[in-house]
Design a protein around this ligand. Structure first.
Ligand SMILES: Nc1ncnc2c1ncn2[C@@H]1O[C@H](COP(=O)(O)OP(=O)(O)OP(=O)(O)O)[C@@H](O)[C@H]1O
Length: 315
């Protein structure tokens, strides 16, 4: 866990709310009648590319007005409201950091722009939070992707906001950098901050947040506890590609199962259509054990995120 977890918890817990919010760019409806509330802790805003995640985050941050509905932070509209900006930090998706500056110069400039009483102290604290002390005097152009991202996070939280919004913060990071960033966000959430990050990758959301808002084609498709969303995703028809020590024998027994609606023997293995993910996967291992068949591969073949989203939207 990062050093910040040892700091005292923040007391000014914040809530971000969208009520009947739509946003359109000319004829394009990017966000369509979305109502949701984000509270303290980490929340994932999950959706495929073009779903409207960036537009939602920009409205929350006061960069864009809603075309319809209200966007508020602690009950105050965020559009054209400098009081809200003081409570909120946004890490944008595009990685536009000036490579000729050092992290220290970049974060200090952010502190000065916020008009903070002691910009140097604020910059030092933010750089400490993202664990960039050792590299803070090197030019940003020499940093790894993860270090650049942490520098941007430091600049966004230099004024110690209670709400931190991050647009696709893990894009392009390697697994180690990703874990580091997750640790960082967890640490900040444990202090009582409200953290919302967008992602189009299911696993990122699974690892980082208990609460998920799923947005598809501008609409809220599902929301709530991750396990609830996961259930929605798993209690649906699935196609598996299975390889085993005896595909023909396994195929014959699987046909007998209530949870299986189709089996095809293919050169690469068995293609099995299951009615219910949970019931089928439990039954599969039992059947294989009983019949002394060794399973060598069980791969969901329709597990793409687009499939999951279209299922959620339809249900
Ligand atoms: N400035 C703009 N003018 C016109 N259409 C836009 C503009 N910005 C976004 N859009 C459209 O609005 C929709 C939502 O875009 P948005 O960037 O909010 O989605 P997203 O979920 O963040 O996607 P991505 O992850 O690809 O950035 C898309 O159809 C997009 O093409």
């Amino acid at each position: 866990m990062t050093a910040i977890a040892t700091e005292p918890a923040k007391t000014n817990m914040s809530t971000v709310e969208l009520a009947g919010v739509s946003h359109w760019y000319g004829n394009v409806v990017a966000v369509n009648d979305v109502t949701l509330t984000i509270g303290p802790g980490v929340t994932g805003l999950l959706g495929p590319n073009g779903a409207g995640k960036t537009t939602v985050l920009h409205m929350m941050a006061g960069f864009l007005p809603p075309s319809q509905g209200t966007v508020t932070v602690n009950g105050r509209p965020s559009w054209r409201n400098p009081d809200v900006y003081k409570d909120l930090g946004l890490v944008t998706e595009r990685e536009s950091v000036p490579g000729f500056l050092t992290a220290w110069e970049f974060v200090l400039a952010s502190a000065k722009l916020h008009g903070l009483p002691d910009p140097a102290a604020a910059a030092a604290k933010a750089i400490g939070i993202v664990e960039m002390n050792d590299a803070k005097d090197r030019r940003i152009s020499t940093y790894s992707k993860g270090m650049r991202q942490r520098t941007r996070v430091a600049a966004a939280l230099v004024h110690d906001p209670a709400v931190l919004l991050l647009d696709e913060p893990f894009n392009g990071m390697d697994p180690r950098q990703r874990l580091h960033m997750m640790d960082l966000l967890h640490g900040m959430a444990s202090q009582g901050r409200t953290i919302l990050f967008s992602s189009h990758i299911l696993e990122e959301v699974e690892q980082l947040s208990g609460t998920v808002q799923v947005i598809v084609a501008g609409r809220l498709a599902a929301s709530g506890d991750y396990r609830h969303i996961r259930r929605l995703m798993t209690n649906r028809p699935h196609v598996f590609m299975i390889q085993s020590s005896d595909n023909r024998k396994l195929g014959a027994v699987l046909m007998e199962l209530d949870s299986v609606s189709g089996v095809e023997l293919e050169p690469t293995g068995l293609q099995v259509r299951a009615n219910d993910y949970g019931t089928f996967t439990r039954a599969l291992s039992k059947v294989a054990r009983d019949k002394d068949i060794r399973l060598t591969a069980v791969m969901p073949s329709d597990e793409s995120l687009e499939n999951v989203f279209s299922y959620l939207v339809a249900s």
